[in-house]
Each structure stands twice: as C-alpha cells, then as structure tokens.
Design a protein around this ligand. Structure first.
Ligand SMILES: CC(=O)N[C@H]1[C@@H](OP(=O)(O)OP(=O)(O)OC[C@H]2O[C@@H](n3ccc(=O)[nH]c3=O)[C@H](O)[C@@H]2O)O[C@H](CO)[C@@H](O)[C@@H]1O[C@H](C)C(=O)N[C@@H](C)C(=O)N[C@H](CCC(=O)O)C(=O)O
Ligand SMILES: Nc1ncnc2c1ncn2[C@@H]1O[C@H](COP(=O)(O)OP(=O)(O)OP(=O)(O)O)[C@@H](O)[C@H]1O
Ligand SMILES: N[C@H](CCC[C@H](N)C(=O)O)C(=O)O
Ligand SMILES: [Mg+2]
Length: 502
C-alpha cells in the first residue's frame, strides 16, 4: 500500500501528497530501528530507557519509507528530505497508521483493564465465545491463546506492531473474536490503538505499578484511556460495579457517552443476587433482563465469580445469546495459575498456585480459599514480591498475608536487579504484629517444600505470586538470568519428595 493511501485510510492529513515519498510502497512497521527494512515506517518514541529519536538516522539509512516522531524530535532539521509524519502524540499517530496497514483484523474485539483479573477475564471470555461456536482468541499475560495453542509475547499488552501483526494473523486464520488485556503501561504507550474495539471492561483498581504511574489517580487515568479513547463511540463499557473505584469508572464511561453495562451485586445489567460457595465450585444466582438464572460455576472464590461475570458481560454486550452464555459458564475451566490446584500432599492438604502479586489480589486469593480450610485447619501461604517493581506494595502484601493466614513463609519471587534479602525484609516488616506464625526461607523451592511438610489434613497451602510463570528472573540488564521455575511443577515434585520421606 502506498504511504499516501495509508494516510488517507487512517484519516491522517498528509502534506507531501505530490512528493516522491507519497508514492513509496509501505512494506511494514517497526518501533525498533534494528527491525527496519526498506519500505518500513519507523516510529521514533521517547521511552523510559532510550530516546527512539536517536535512531532516526539509522532507520533512514536502513531504508525507512517514513518516520513518525514528535514535531520537535532531536536533530529533526537534519532529516529535511525524508518523509516525516509528526504530531503531538506520535505513538497514537503511529498506531493509527499501522492500524490501516495491518488488515484484516477480527470483527469483534474487546479489551479488559483493571489491576487484577484481566488475564482471567480475557481467557474466560475466549472460552465462552468458543463454547458458543465462535473462533476466538485471547491476548494477554499468558500470551496469544487460541483453541489450539498459546504463544508467549513476553508482555501483558504486546508492543503495537506485535499486537497488530498478530491480530491480522489471527483474522487470516479465521478468528473472528478476540479479547485482549489492556495494561496501564499498554494504554499509556498506545500499544493497542488502531482497530475498532467494540467493548471495554473495568475489573477493579488497587495498588500496583506506582513505580511507573506514581499516584493512584495517574494510574486510574492511564486505565481510563480505555473508556475515554480506545473503545469506539457507539461501544459498551462493562464495569464491575462492586469496587471502590467503580463509580468513577462509570462516570468516565458516561462522560464519553458509551453504553453502560454494570455487573456485580450493585450491577444493573447483570446483577449478582446470591453466591453460594461449594466444595469444588459455587452457585451464582444472577438477574439479566428481568429473568433469574442459576449458574453452577466450576471455579472457587468470589474473585473468580467476578471475573466470570465480567466475561459474560462482554459476551452479552457484543451480541451473545443469554441462555447459551449462562449454560456455558458451567463448563468454564480453570485459568492457568489462577487458584490452580497443583497437588495434594501426603497428609491430604491441597496445594493451590495463584498469581496474586498485589495486596488486593493476595487478600482475594486468601478469602477464596478460607471457606475450604477445615475448622481446625490452617492456611499456609508461601509468597514474596518481585524486584524492580513498586516497593510500597511489599509491606502491604506482608500484612494481608499475616492477617489472613495462620502460617506465612516469606520467600523470593523474581528478585530481578534487587538484593532478594532486602525485598523479603520489606515484606516481613508488614507481617510484624499479626498472629500468624511467620518464617523466612529465601530459596523458593525450599520454601514450598517446607510448607508442604508443615501441612496437615484439613490445612490448605497457597503458593502465591508467580502463577503460570515458567522462570525466576534474577539480575538485570545484560546479567539477567532466568532460571526454569514453575510453582505447579515444583509443588508436585516436592509433594512426591515429602511423600517418600514419610
Ligand atoms: C516501562 C515499559 O513499559 N517499557 C516498555 C516500553 O519501553 P519504552 O517505550 O520505554 O522503550 P525504551 O526501551 O526506552 O526505548 C525507546 C524506544 O527506542 C527504541 N529503540 C531502543 C533501542 C534501540 O537500540 N533502538 C530503538 O529503536 C525502542 O524500540 C523504543 O520504541 O516499550 C518496549 C518496547 O515495546 C518494551 O519492551 C518495554 O517493556 C519493558 C521491558 C517492561 O518490562 N515492561 C513492563 C513493565 C510492562 O510493560 N508491563 C505491562 C504491565 C503488566 C501488568 O499488568 O502487571 C505489560 O503490559 O506487560
Ligand atoms: N476480580 C479480582 N479481584 C481481586 N483479585 C483478583 C481478581 N481477579 C484476579 N485476582 C487476583 O489477581 C491475580 C492475577 O489475576 P489475573 O492474572 O487474572 O490478573 P491480571 O490483571 O491479568 O494481572 P497482571 O496485571 O499481572 O496482568 C489472581 O491470581 C488473583 O489472586
Ligand atoms: N506483570 C506484572 C507481573 C508480576 C509478577 C510477579 N511475579 C513479579 O515478578 O513481580 C509485573 O511485571 O509487575
Ligand atoms: Mg494479566
């Protein structure tokens, strides 16, 4: 496609319509100059570690057809002959242009934002669509998931080129429905702009990523770009109504004029009237369009009910049939690493692996398991906190665990560039003063082994923080190593080891 035609398709005014640049055939898009080939449109952005503008010269030398950058990009005068597309928000401009290039895309696209529950909700949405006979995929922390496979991208919301290229790939394979995770980083960096997003969902907001956003208000604002700008004009905002931030999210959706679809005990579109926990699942009674529906959800915990209902909301809001959706909820399967039952110890205690890595998530995971602990039993929690991430959440996680569990073992998560002992000390500070028995065991495998050894019949072990992750990240920059590590596998191995010792 010619550059001028691409600009026209994206609705971008192109000033050099009669110049040589207009006739150039665009072959691809890149945000990393090392991926530029002849005909590529290069996006030069100011980032956290580099200024992409420093690579404009190299990109042009490699044959870039055009460069998208800020009006005052470093050294811009020197590139007078090149085709430069500038604007106040170059990342948005780039996404619009790339959105016109990467075609076709799946017809129905929905996005989920919120501190916790994005991965679960997009995956449950994919499952509901699939059970309704649609070709569906989800994109998020777990990677790109279709009925056949999951391919990892390394980020929750992939970079804009990876995102759009994959959407086109999925559409070519026949996928018509996609649910993706819109992380706050992704939203603030315009990583998923371009295609039409029919509906957006907000799950909840609580402390995380303050290293990047600094204040809760800025963090919320980053998430609300989903309702302010990403969802199409006539689109729907699905909002979990029971969170302290829900009313603010509702107000944002209303200010934009989106159709509102609220879900939860305070929800008006899909109202949760009653939730009855069972041994391996729970029964939900929900009201939708004036009718009551009984749903046997085969997942435990209030938080999983919330995510499943938001997923149902997204499917209903994009034309799903209500009877089919409520029936399909019976057959939802556990999302990898989210309250996943990994093993049962020799003494009969179940071991759950969960991706809780924020105070709110840890509280939700503990609350989910509490009804399943025997009366005289104990909840044993093994967890740590990631390095090079929000430090303020660590003590809060410690407090939540020590207040909610009987035994707490503080261990390492992904230490990254930090000294692991210092991270554990910050978590342990939060544990002080509570009644729980608290121990510190740095090595994660040893810590899991100790928890399994400790557990008696009637107890439950929760291994939190890493969920589906397949490695432990140690070090930073060039010196980073990722040691193979999977909480589920290690729990199984240590169960076997402990059984042999008995
Ligand atoms: C803080 C952050 O979000 N960083 C991401 C972001 O980097 P950035 O825009 O700041 O880029 P930068 O590295 O400073 O470089 C600036 C620009 O120069 C370009 N460049 C750079 C070097 C070079 O030689 N040539 C070149 O062209 C880069 O491609 C980039 O466009 O864009 C990069 C390219 O897509 C990402 O790899 C990088 O993710 C880093 C590795 C990361 O760890 N991100 C995490 C925090 C993240 O995004 N997490 C969220 C949230 C997870 C959650 O919900 O909990 C996620 O969506 O995964
Ligand atoms: N609706 C919810 N309310 C509170 N906590 C939740 C909720 N959903 C999930 N959690 C907790 O958060 C953890 C992560 O869930 P999930 O992966 O679905 O969230 P996420 O938003 O995708 O996280 P990330 O930001 O890492 O991508 C779960 O393992 C659980 O402990
Ligand atoms: N997407 C989240 C994942 C955190 C998972 C936890 N295991 C950690 O390493 O902190 C982040 O990058 O903050
Ligand atoms: Mg996620």
């Amino acid at each position: 496609m010619k550059l001028s035609a691409l600009c026209a398709a994206a609705g971008i005014a192109f000033e050099g319509a009669d110049t040589e640049g207009a006739g150039v055939e665009v072959t691809g898009f890149a945000i990393d100059h090392r991926k530029v080939a002849p005909g590529t449109v290069f996006g030069a952005f100011r980032g956290a570690r580099f200024n992409g503008e420093d690579f404009i010269g190299a990109a042009l030398q490699a044959g870039a057809a055009a460069v998208v950058c800020a009006e005052d990009a470093a050294g811009i005068e020197a590139f007078g002959d090149a085709t430069l597309l500038t604007g106040p928000e170059p990342r948005r401009l780039f996404a619009q242009l790339a959105g016109a290039f990467f075609q076709p895309v799946p017809a129905t696209l929905v996005a989920v934002t919120g501190t916790n529950g994005k991965t679960s909700t997009v995956e449950l949405t994919r499952q509901l669509w699939r059970m309704a006979g649609e070709r569906a995929a989800s994109i998020g922390t777990l990677g790109i998931t279709t009925s056949d496979e999951t391919v990892s991208t390394g980020l929750t919301t992939p970079d804009v080129v990876t995102f759009l290229a994959n959407l086109t790939g999925l559409a070519r394979e026949g996928v018509s429905h996609v649910a993706y995770e819109a992380s706050s980083h992704g939203l603030s960096q315009f990583r998923s702009e371009g295609p039409r997003v029919a509906a957006g969902a907000f799950t909840n907001l609580s402390r995380d990523h303050l290293d990047y956003h600094e204040t809760m208000e800025a963090y919320f604002d980053a998430k609300m770009r989903l309702f302010d700008e990403v969802v199409v004009d006539e689109g729907t905002a699905v909002v979990w109504a029971d969170d302290p931030w829900s009313d603010k999210a509702i107000a944002r959706a209303q200010a934009r004029g989106l159709r509102l679809f609220t879900v939860g005990t305070k929800g008006e579109a899909l109202r949760l009237e009653r939730r009855t926990p069972g041994t391996l699942g729970q029964q939900l009674e929900v009201e939708y369009e004036g009718r009551m529906h009984k749903v046997e959800l085969p997942l435990i915990g209030a938080y999983q009910a919330a995510n499943a209902l938001v997923a149902a909301g997204l499917v209903l809001a994009t034309g799903g049939d209500a009877a089919r959706v409520f029936d399909a909820m019976k057959r939802l399967v556990t999302v990898r690493g989210r309250l996943e039952r990994a093993a049962i110890t020799g003494a009969g205690a179940p071991v759950y692996v969960d991706y809780a890595h924020t105070p709110d998530a840890l509280e939700a995971a503990i609350a989910a398991l509490r009804p399943h602990v025997a009366q005289a039993g104990r909840l044993i929690v093994v967890f740590g906190a990631g390095g090079d991430r929000d430090t303020g959440k660590r003590a809060q996680m410690g407090r939540v665990a020590a207040e909610g569990a009987e035994v707490v073992i503080v261990t390492d998560d992904n230490p990254r560039g930090e000294e692991p002992g210092a991270i554990r000390a910050m978590v342990l500070e939060g544990c002080a003063g509570a009644n729980a028995q608290v121990r510190e065991i740095g090595d994660r495998r040893t810590a899991i082994g100790a928890a399994l050894q400790e557990a008696r019949g009637g107890d439950i072990v929760l291994v939190a923080g890493k969920g589906h992750e397949q490695g432990q990240i140690i070090g930073s920059g060039e010196g980073t190593v990722v040691l193979p590590f999977d909480d589920v596998t290690v729990s199984r191995e240590m169960t076997g080891a402990n059984n042999q010792e008995h």
